[in-house]
Design a protein around this ligand. Structure first.
Ligand code: PXP
Length: 241
């Protein structure tokens, strides 16, 4: 059965909206694990706009399942990863202006840099995953780089509609089959939600999904009623008139 890695970046985004201490991604990780998450994923961006090195450090101590660190090849982030030693590092492209990761890695152009960074991380005992588009030429390069995992970018599938979405689904299935046939462990993620994941689940031998936005969005809504009730109770209990 495919495993579920839960991306908790959005918890840190809410915290940073007030530059305060809550909600704490460390607490969110514990709750996600209680809910059955098989792993916790965080993206330590170079600009640290949501997840901070402090979060990753504490999560390294507290996560009981598996800690997956999404990261670019920027030196400062690589140094942090080497110090903190997540179970897995997923290399992702990163642009300052982007709202979220916008596509898979350009493995061809960055091959030498990836080679160097992967070597450093692997020597430190960290498993490596490459976040790539469902494209077989790119998977061949991933294989050549010696990584254990690939995470197929499902964003184009998630954003497409109708016939185009079926084509994107086929790309994922074909790329997934190639990855499995060539000894790469197959992960998928980005833009998946409670409905668009269903056709993807027909693809055999997916090892793990990484899902963030849809889960945190649902958490906000299913938790809101209880949160309002709790505040109303405090007002009720402590009012003077
Ligand atoms: N996988 C990767 C590599 C990502 O960069 C992200 C977003 O941080 C996700 C999965 C999760 O995407 P979403 O938040 O759309 O579920």
């Amino acid at each position: 059965m495919p495993k579920l890695g839960v991306n908790i970046d959005h918890i840190a985004t809410i915290r940073e909206a007030r530059k305060t201490y809550e909600p704490d991604p460390v607490h969110a990780a514990a709750l996600a694990e209680l809910g059955g998450a098989d792993g916790i994923t965080v993206h330590l961006r170079e600009d640290t706009r949501h997840i901070k090195p402090r979060d990753v450090k504490i999560l390294r101590e507290t996560v009981k399942t598996k800690l997956n660190l999404e990261m670019s090849v920027a030196d400062i982030v690589v140094q942090t990863a080497l110090k903190i030693q997540p179970d897995m590092a997923t290399l992702v492209p990163e642009k300052r202006e982007e709202v979220t990761t916008e596509g898979g890695l350009n493995v061809k152009d960055g091959y030498d840099v990836f080679h160097t960074v992967i070597d450093l991380l692997m020597k430190a005992g960290i498993d490596i995953s490459l976040f790539v588009d469902p494209d077989i030429e790119t998977l061949k390069l991933a294989k050549k780089l010696g990584v254990k995992y690939v995470e197929l970018h499902t964003g184009s599938y998630a954003n497409a509609k109708g016939e185009e979405q079926l084509r994107e689904l086929k790309n994922l299935a074909d790329a997934g089959a190639w990855a499995n046939a060539n000894g790469l462990v197959l992960n998928m993620g980005h833009g998946l939600n409670y409905t668009n994941i269903i056709p993807v689940l027909a693809i055999p031998r997916i090892h793990e999904f990484n899902i963030g936005h849809a889960i945190i969005s649902r958490a906000v809504l299913v938790g809101l009623e209880r949160a309002v009730r709790d505040m109303a109770d405090v007002i009720e209990r402590h009012r003077v008139d």
